[in-house]
Design a protein around this ligand. Structure first.
Ligand code: C2E
Ligand code: CA
Ligand code: CA
Length: 577
């Protein structure tokens, strides 16, 4: 007896200990569940009973012990998720062990993740099932924000570039099937730098945002609108006809930009835009290429000024391709010495004697083709290569010229060298010229630097004072292309120049057009009064020559008397003189 009672006591003690251990575990377990904020359910297939734990109130509006059936959950969920949710809750029907589903509660901004797990016996019959509902609103919002940032531009809310390209690709796929057209409009705000620099970046951003908001109104199932970056926008139009026609949209944008944009600080700004337009399939069948082509033609529009539209045009693209090619080849060509100088004679109309020679640069490419400076000088001016090239031009023409002096003696033939405004404006230009003239021992009074009016645009005083330093040592200055820029006769008076070159465009029509002749006469007369030499350039015909001579033009340059020549030919010319 003794034994069995102590056995009993021992067993009771053990059970108590186990019980209190279990109670403690259960407490920990419940605390963890409550604190997790999640809601759990455990379903036993044999007893068909569900045990619920956790924060059911938060999700479904009732306490865990009030759960009766799935329909209570279904009632609380946004309609569009119901079917999927039911499938996930009844996972055993599909024989699956685990599934996760995200859904949204009806009438609340709460996103829920449900994880259902089912346990099966050896015969693959379900025995137990668990649900876990978790609030994932925070993650969902972060995710939405991230995906917004991945697809949209945060400043304007418009599609970003990547998403625009994808959407445009889809449009093109559809257009291919339906034999339709897709238009791409590449839009760039004119003079945006002026707004940004003058009024500050924040104002710049506001202008972009307001303009973007305006453009967004055009977006529809068939029109996609994107903000690429800065002041660049792009629109894709599917099947542009009727109200969606490119012209309608552009007219409407133009009309709306007629009104100023009101800023939050009370100020108003007026903007205009330039637009390039390309079209699938005419221009290209690739989305990215369509955008690039629209951008290229947009640059052409910009070139014409503000508020311009340019439609796709193959020659424009070809010109661009040539430009890029020239730009790529230029650096190598400078290194490999592929540039050389030609000289074009200038004659005195009265004595018919050689007055001077103008140095004109040429580029012989690897295939032996001569590329004209009209093509590469503007590019070299843009990419800065003009500085290196300009030094070559100055040094080579002075060295050629010094050799002629050495060979044929001092003949008072003037050497004219074209100087790019960019080069003229560099800090050490004056010293450079002086050092080169010394190096080649050329009389400075025989050197004439040809500049254009564009030199004076930004800083007239500085330019004039530089010119005066050079003029003090005898160097001459010639105003090139006179008549093509702003050509103010009154300001000519204030410029320290020696020669005026009347542009070819005057010479072209001087014989046939009365008013041109009148202007030419006036220029020549004034030029004489101011004590300048006058040279008419681009004289191709005898009639032009005689007319110009009759109205008092002292010097002539042009194909009629001589084209630009190689060094050897100038050599002959010197001999004859
Ligand atoms: P530019 O300084 O006005 O040079 C005159 C241009 O007219 C030259 O073209 C010359 O070959 C061309 N020309 C002369 N007479 C006639 C004519 O009777 N008929 C026709 N159709 N054309 C004639 P080029 O050599 O092609 O130079 C074009 C422009 O490139 C030059 O215009 C100048 O702005 C620039 N350039 C040429 N060489 C240099 C250079 O060494 N340095 C710089 N900075 N620019 C240069
Ligand atoms: Ca010239
Ligand atoms: Ca000229």
């Amino acid at each position: 007896m003794q034994n069995s009672s102590s056995d009993n006591n021992y067993q009771i003690g053990l059970l108590n200990a186990m019980n209190s251990r279990l109670m403690k575990d259960d407490g920990i377990f419940r605390l963890l569940i409550e604190k997790s904020g999640d809601a759990f359910a455990y379903y036993d297939f044999a007893s068909r009973k569900t045990d619920c734990l956790g924060n059911w109130e938060h999700f479904f509006g009732f306490a865990s012990d009030q759960y009766v059936s799935i329909s209570q959950i279904m009632d609380m969920v946004e309609e569009r998720y119901c079917a999927e949710l039911y499938e996930c809750l009844m996972l055993e029907r599909r024989g699956k062990e685990k599934e996760v589903l995200e859904f949204k509660l009806a009438g609340k901004d709460v996103w829920v993740e449900l994880e259902t797990c089912v346990i099966y016996d050896n015969d693959k019959n379900p025995t137990q099932k668990t649900y876990c509902f978790r609030d994932i609103t925070k993650y969902r919002m972060m995710h939405d924000e991230l995906s917004f940032m991945a697809y949209y531009d945060t400043l304007t809310g418009l599609l970003n570039r990547n998403f625009f390209v994808r959407s445009l690709e889809e449009m093109i796929d559809k257009a291919e099937k339906e034999k339709c057209v897709v238009s791409v409009l590449f839009i760039d705000i004119d003079d945006f730098r002026r707004i940004n620099d003058g009024m500050g970046m924040l104002i710049g951003d506001e202008v972009v945002r307001k303009f973007g908001t305006m453009l967004r109104e055009y977006s529809s199932d068939n029109v996609i609108v994107s903000h690429f970056n800065g002041d660049i926008f792009c629109i894709g139009i599917y099947d542009p006809c009727g109200v969606r026609s490119v012209n309608n949209i552009l007219d409407s944008i133009k009309q709306r930009l007629g009104e100023p944009i009101e800023l939050s600080n009370g100020a108003e700004v007026n903007i205009t835009v330039c637009v390039g337009v390309s079209e699938y399939p005419e221009a290209s069948v690739e989305a990215v290429e369509l955008i690039n082509l629209a951008e290229i033609v947009m640059f052409k529009a910009k070139h014409r000024g503000k508020n311009q539209i340019q439609y796709f045009d193959q020659p424009i693209i070809q010109e661009f391709i040539d430009k890029v090619e020239i730009e790529q080849k230029m650096e190598k060509a400078i290194k490999n010495g592929r540039f050389f100088m030609c000289y074009q004679p200038q004659y005195d109309t009265v004595t018919q004697k050689l007055r001077g020679i103008e140095a004109l640069v040429r580029w012989k490419d690897e295939d032996g083709n001569i590329i004209s400076p009209g093509k590469f000088i503007p590019i070299a001016e843009k990419n800065g290569a003009i500085l290196q090239l300009g030094e070559f031009i100055i040094e080579k023409s002075l060295s050629d010229y010094s050799k002629w002096i050495e060979k044929y003696g001092q003949k008072d033939i003037i050497l004219s060298i074209n100087i790019s405004a960019i080069q003229f404006k560099t800090k050490n230009f004056v010293n450079y010229i002086i050092s080169m003239i010394k190096k080649y021992e050329v009389p400075p009074t025989n050197v004439e630097l040809e500049i254009t009016e564009s030199v004076f645009i930004d800083d007239m005083e500085d330019i004039v004072s530089k010119m005066n330093v050079l003029r003090d040592i005898g160097i001459r200055f010639s105003m090139d292309d006179f008549g093509t820029g702003f050509s103010s006769l009154s300001y000519l008076r204030r410029l320290p120049i020696d020669t005026l070159k009347i542009d070819k465009s005057f010479v072209d029509t001087v014989v046939t057009d009365g008013p041109t002749r009148t202007i030419a006469e006036a220029i020549i007369e004034l030029s004489k009064k101011l004590g300048f030499d006058t040279i008419a350039e681009g004289v191709e015909q005898e009639v032009q020559y005689s007319l110009l001579k009759n109205i008092g033009c002292e010097n002539i340059q042009g194909y009629f008397f001589g084209k630009p020549m190689f060094v050897e030919d100038i050599d002959k010319l010197y001999k004859e003189n």
